[in-house]
Design a protein around this ligand. Structure first.
Ligand code: C2E
Ligand code: MG
Ligand code: MG
Length: 581
């Protein structure tokens, strides 16, 4: 212990004092004593350590400490301070309490300090992680929310600002395809480009994975905002170079305006989100301003969403089956299962009204398993009606087809049926966009079981004829849009010939989708080697129960039977006919 200027501390004599000194020296807290004139009388070891090489150091120049001591002397109360001192170049934070004591008619101040540097660092980290995104360094949602609240609180009648909700298109694809570190790199670079032209009064925030909020304040007009956002978006479409990969990204933006679209941050946020949702549905990579129709759409969507969740919970799904027919013999080659939803009023709904939503809500995997379960339950009837050699096709959404976890569970379920070789999986071209992944991981699982692969709706998706050459599929289904009135449309005829010849050289079976008229059929028969087709001309999708009542059937008469039933039915919607596309 270092005692300073002992002469001034005349009371400090005797063995009791020595004893007390020993205790004070060993205390982990830094203890010092000074008289009312600021003269340091005593500094224990811990206080000396905190102070650094010179015991006087923390006392000098620390006006904060001096003031605290004076206050303690004046008021007689304990005064607590947080002192920031520099020691060996590093910053140290001490929590110190000062209390005045009287002894032999004189006043002293005892100060006790604890080093809280580590605790402070930790608090700082917590603070930063609560208020700033660690990846991009951008303020968090709480910060932008607070900022918006304070603008709203101060806003005069003429003040306006814009809140933009930004979402990177297909970010999941980018992450899956290039890996998470490149995905992270893209977020960082993108936020830099987004921030480039902002004013000090604007704020950009990353609120979750690939979602950003941008607050533009103040603004003159919606048109200014529109121009600004368009120029920002065009900067985002230039390629990003990250770890040697060239990445193209686009971003969808929804904008709401204060006060027109809401006077509270939450409302503005929700409305900007609705506008962004509209952009996503209408082709992405653009901006849209909120309008009232979006709200109505959202309410309608919410209703369907609730109904869909309930329908899945109550397993209110069934399958209609549509045959794939040999156009020369009219024999059934196989059938395709097309899911139907029985809504809460008992009306049968075609998948056009719910498949995309189910996919978005993450309900589609369960639905696909339900379809398979229904097939397994009805397999005897399927065999009776369509023949035990007929193939059974199941549609799998592109998103599912590239999801290894789902496909692994689905393949397991197919295997458990005991007849996996009967099945074909129909996927659209979009599933092949990340074709390396599909080819290397998913396809082998299906091949191992002998499950067939069919490319559905060919010609409408993102792939090209050249991409087709890399994909090993068994069957290709030419989309109905090329088949409709093909006898009258030279362009469709040319496309058909190209697809046919490529498929032939790749050994894929071609199926023409959506034949409705005799003329379409006659054209195919006369000019192509295409052998198989599906379409209302042969049979609409049918429910097995409808056939049950008329069995037994001979195999050659099956398709005719199906179409006869169709004609006889007075309730066309029960035939599971989809909406006209
Ligand atoms: P898709 O797989 O291309 O199925 C063919 C669709 O065209 C069916 O519509 C069918 O009823 C309809 N169709 C067949 N022949 C004709 C015709 O001659 N004329 C007309 N106008 N339409 C015809 P549906 O049943 O409404 O299904 C629509 C789409 O929903 C399907 O197209 C498929 O992509 C999807 N889908 C159906 N079931 C499932 C399923 O279980 N899972 C998934 N992920 N998607 C499904
Ligand atoms: Mg299909
Ligand atoms: Mg199709």
């Amino acid at each position: 212990m270092i005692s300073v200027d002992q002469d001034k501390y005349r009371a400090a004599t005797g063995s009791e004092i020595e004893f007390l000194r020993g205790i004070i020296r060993m205390m982990p807290a830094g203890v010092s004593v000074q008289d009312e004139f600021g003269n340091i009388l005593l500094v224990n070891d811990a206080a000396a350590r905190m102070a650094g090489p010179s015991p006087q150091a923390p006392m000098r120049g620390l006006s904060q400490r001096r003031e605290a001591c004076e206050e303690a002397l004046r008021t007689g109360q304990v005064v607590v301070t947080e002192e920031v001192v520099k020691r060996n170049g590093a910053q140290q934070v001490l929590l110190t309490s000062h209390s005045a004591v009287r002894l032999s008619g004189r006043k002293f101040v005892i100060s006790a300090s604890t080093d809280i540097t580590e605790q402070k660092d930790f608090e700082d980290q917590l603070f930063r992680s609560a208020y700033f995104d660690s990846l991009t360094g951008l303020p968090s949602r709480r910060v932008i929310e607070h900022h918006a609240h304070s603008i709203i609180a101060r806003a005069g009648p003429r003040d306006r600002f814009a809140l933009a909700f930004l979402d990177i298109d297909n970010f999941k694809h980018i992450n899956d395809y290039y890996g998470h570190s490149i995905g992270d790199g893209l977020l960082v670079e993108l936020s830099k480009r987004l921030g480039r032209d902002l004013r000090d009064s604007d704020m950009l925030s990353r609120i979750s994975g690939d979602e950003f909020l941008l607050l533009l304040s103040p603004i003159e007009s919606a048109q200014d905002v529109d121009e600004f956002m368009k120029s920002t978006l065009s900067q985002l479409t230039a390629p990003f170079f990250i770890d040697g990969s060239e990445i193209f990204a686009s971003t969808s933006v929804g904008i709401s305006l204060y006060p027109d679209d809401g006077r509270a941050f939450e409302v503005l946020c929700q409305n900007a989100d609705l506008a962004m949702y509209r952009v996503k549905n209408e082709g992405k990579g653009a901006t849209a301003f909120f309008d009232a129709t979006m709200e109505r759409e959202a309410v309608a969507r919410m209703k369907i969403e609730q109904a869909l969740r309930l329908a899945i919970l109550e397993r209110r799904f069934c399958c209609a089956f549509q045959p794939k027919v040999d156009i020369r013999t009219h024999k059934v080659k196989g059938i395709e299962a097309l899911v139907r939803l029985r809504d809460d009023e008992g009306v049968i709904q075609a998948p056009g009204s719910f498949i995309n939503l189910a996919s978005e809500l993450g309900l589609i995997d369960e639905l696909t398993h339900l379809v398979l379960a229904e097939i397994v339950k009805s397999i005897d009837l399927i065999n009776d009606v369509f023949g035990a050699a007929s193939t059974i096709s199941i549609n799998v959404a592109a998103r599912q087809a590239s999801n290894t976890t789902f496909m692994a569970s689905f393949v397991r379920a197919l295997e458990e049926t005991g007849f996996p070789r009967r099945f074909m999986i129909e996927v659209t071209e979009d599933a092949f966009v990340a074709k390396g992944h599909f080819q290397c991981e998913i396809l082998p699982m299906l091949r191992r079981l002998g499950v067939g692969i069919s490319i559905d709706d060919f010609g409408t998706g993102f792939s090209s004829l050249s991409a087709l050459a890399d994909i090993t599929a068994d069957e290709i289904k030419i989309d109905r849009s090329f088949i409709t009135n093909i006898h009258l449309r030279p362009r469709s005829q040319g496309i058909l010939r190209a697809i046919e010849s490529l498929s032939e050289s790749l050994g894929m079976t071609v199926i023409a989708e959506g034949i409705e008229t005799y003329e379409e059929l006659a054209y195919l028969q006369a000019t192509s080697k295409i052998r198989y087709a599906q379409g209302y001309y042969f049979s609409q999708p049918i429910f097995l129960e409808q056939l049950k009542s008329v069995s037994p059937v001979t195999s050659s008469a099956r398709v005719e039977l199906a179409s006869r039933i169709r004609e006889q039915s007075r309730h066309p919607h029960l035939l599971g006919r989809g909406p006209q596309r």
